[in-house]
Design a protein around this ligand. Structure first.
Ligand code: UD1
Length: 338
């Protein structure tokens, strides 16, 4: 059985990926410093798969601590999720973002080299495209014009990893550019568990629906889109998790460098999401129109054809399932993992 180092494995996308790794016959080993996640997510994964997952509470910038884990296992590959990810916060605390995301990745790569593991899957984001030049967005669209430190770290780390692979062709590196992951495991055992006030749309909707918050603010209804609200490519987190397993198969085939959008290719507006959520779940989501949010774009959705052609992966779930599963999770866990 191949062992996979999963950094940030206790987080939203990481935890869902653990389940899919297990299903595909891999043994995940998690390192996470739990700054933005909860150990309970690992317990839930263990409950779902009926097995223990080796877990190490450490910051990947701590080379000594990481090295101890590297010495204990022989990793086939690393899936690197660990990082800070709040756009607004990154504007106010740029150094924390550069230190965590850049610094953490440098230490990780050094350790991987030292222990001869040259297979990496990196959690990147559609944010690297900035204001997209054309839509739907293909992997060939120019990147790098990010307006916030979070996005810049993702874009710069992509460059770093590409250079690493260019210098040494033994590396297989897959950069996965996520669109907007939402939803939860269909069991309702795992889901998104943001700290404090949610920044993103779906966790805000579910918290309003469950009664933790009064009213959703819709950020702008005067965009050049069919109903004036922002359009995004929402993707079910389980589909996204499976994209990582598909990327591992590519690595098994020695893919070299691979860059893929992970999205559905369909754009939905904020109002589409609210209406679908209300219809599928039979609950009301009160909202009011607010001013636009700084840094938001009108439309952002993927062309996911490359992942389909080269990884044999495409998203299976639609918006209705995303809304159903997000609600199922929130209903069963009104306070998340807390
Ligand atoms: C955001 C990040 C992106 C990150 C992604 C992860 C920004 C600018 N971008 O994308 O870098 O990779 O999350 O999922 O933060 N909306 C509301 N009310 C809310 C929240 C959101 O109307 O309370 C709207 C937004 O204006 C947008 C849509 O919902 O049109 C989606 O927003 P969000 O979930 O925050 O995702 P993105 O901004 O697309």
């Amino acid at each position: 059985m191949k062992t996979i180092l999963v950094t940030g494995g206790a987080g939203y996308i990481g935890s869902h990926t653990l389940v899919e790794l297990d299903k595909a016959g891999y043994q995940p080993v998690v390192v996470d410093n739990l700054v933005n996640s909860n150990i309970e997510s690992i317990r839930r994964v263990e409950k779902l798969i009926g097995k223990k997952i080796p877990f190490y509470n450490l910051d990947i910038r701590d080379a000594e601590a990481l090295e101890k884990v590297m010495e204990e296992y022989e990793f086939f590959a690393c899936i690197h999720f660990a990082g800070l990810k709040a756009v607004g916060e990154s504007v106010n605390k740029p150094l924390e973002y550069y230190s965590n995301n850049m610094g953490g990745t440098f230490v990780l790569i050094e350790q991987l080299v030292k222990h001869n593991c040259k297979n990496v899957i990196f959690s990147s984001s559609a944010t690297v495209y900035g204001v997209p030049e054309t839509i739907p967005i293909t992997e060939g669209c120019p990147k790098g014009m990010c307006t916030n430190p979070y996005g810049k770290t993702k874009s710069m780390l992509e460059d770093v990893l590409m250079d690493v692979q260019k210098a040494d062709k033994e590396w297989n590196i897959v950069l996965l550019r996520y669109f907007n992951p939402i939803g939860a495991h269909p069991s309702g055992e795992m889901g998104e568990n943001p700290n404090g006030i949610p920044n993103n749309l779906m966790p805000y909707i579910t918290q309003v629906a469950v009664g933790n918050r009064e009213c959703l603010g819709v950020f702008g209804n005067d965009y050049d889109t069919p109903d004036g609200t922002g359009v995004r490519d929402y993707i079910h987190v389980v589909d996204l998790a499976r994209g990582h397993v598909a990327a591992l198969s590519a690595i098994e085939r020695k893919c070299g460098l691979g860059i893929y959008n992970l999205g559905t290719g369909r754009g939905y507006s904020v109002l589409d999401v609210i209406k679908t959520f209300e219809k599928v779940n039979g609950v009301a989501v009160p909202y009011r129109i607010m001013p636009r949010r700084d840094g938001d774009v009108a439309e952002c959705y993927s062309n996911p054809q490359k992942a389909k052609n080269e990884l044999g992966w495409s998203a299976e779930y639609g918006l209705e399932e995303m809304c159903r599963d997000a609600w199922n999770w929130q209903k069963k866990n009104p306070e998340g993992y807390n």
